[in-house]
Design a protein around this ligand. Sequence first.
Ligand code: UN1
Length: 508
Amino acid sequence: MQKILTGFNIQAVNSGVSTGTTWLPAAGEPIVSSSPVDGKDIATVTSATRADYDAVVQKAAEAFGAWRQWPAPRRGEVVRQIGEALRTHKEALGRLVSYEMGKSLQEGYGEVQEMIDICDFAVGLSRQLHGLTMHSERPGHRMYEQWHPLGIAGIISAFNFPVAVWSWNSMLAWVCGDVCIWKPSEKTPLTALACQHIAATVFAANGVPEGVCCLVTGGREVGEWLAADTRIPLVSATGSTRMGKAVGAAVGARLGRALLELGGNNAIIISKDADLDMSLIGCVFGAVGTAGQRCTSTRRLIIHESVYETFKTKLVNAYKQLRIGDPLDEQHHVGPLIDRQAVDMYLQAIEKCKAEGGKFVVEGGVLEGKGYESGCYVKPAIAEVENGFSIVQHETFAPILYLIKYSHIEEAIALQNGVPQGLSSAIMTLNLREAEQFLSQAGSDCGIANVNIGTSGAEIGGAFGGEKETGGGRESGSDAWKAYMRRQTNTINYTDKLPLAQGIKFDL
Ligand code: UN1
């Protein structure tokens, strides 16, 4: 373990507050990072006080004045170097993600790969922050739009993707000319410290002023400061719907911009025309990968009645093959939940499901004994349910998969849409009509709709996010960068007349 930490020059006790290469002697509450892998405390990080927070915002505001003047392709060059540094540290950072958060080593590496990919994407983008030109209705006028840097971007990230979500936001924000203040999850502060070290070193080597890359570790309070702070035009928050509603309300009350990426309740429709063997992999990975702790995790399977029993048997058999244990051991498919509180929520969800009439075809439970000392390892479970159960309508961040039967495709789509969340969705079918119906305006209401792919594991090139209680925000690829900039429409008159728009005459 020590090797993992020394790789990033992290001491046993460290400040969690930084404006770049400078670490403030943060005087807030200590946060103990404890690994769900073995239950051991890894290190203690001190969180930000209000005074520390204000000092960081002050520094960030000053830095914005300089950073926004850098040509975007030069900002892109710095981000390119961050991508290179991440390539160098991929192995160590991936292991730290796996150890601190508990996801499998492969997924830890995969998460760092997502960071590298978004750096590459952002570098390209740094030469493509395009506006449009429009034809003016007035003679001798030119009209166009341009995109300017916005200011300070506040980034609130969750424990489940402790580093990738920060990178989706920060790499785009940086090429757009913004400066970033990151509040990582208090459950995974060390991975944040590691990223801060990596990025800040690159910024410093390029002569970028302190304040462009800031970290404020802390609890809920720090998130509230960011949300209410009029000095921060954009707050991007990833996490629970409960948290998002609070952040959205606080940011909205001051008419700031909130980019919300919240809970999902993602379903896969298994059609009568599905390739069942292929579907099985997508469903099982979607449900048990990251121990069901992705916002894109598969929570519900909506299965056609004609293949229901066959597919259920395949699932039950597949679950028997699952190896649960130390995620750093690549033989294991499923690691631990993040902490014992998450285990309690998993157990409560199972009880609620049973109370509502759910029938478990694969029983859950907490694992005990050698290798499971942290108390965070649970058995992935499968229950047959009704879509209307309150527990099924709710996102439980754990590997519990619900099975629902359907007869017609319209019914399947209605069931898929019949939850408050709208992040990711999928249909497994070889039937073109069904696939197109699912993707049509009368189909899935989610931000992500896939055919013959599961609900999780989105690539960075597409816009990531969803509708309804998922919050409506879009991060990462496509034109998500526009959220990090302000649009300005410019009209220029190069004549000696002053014609008014809409043909209005105004003579003196
Ligand atoms: C999340 O769980 O917050 O699509 C993000 C996926 C990942 C991102 C998940 N690329 O599963």
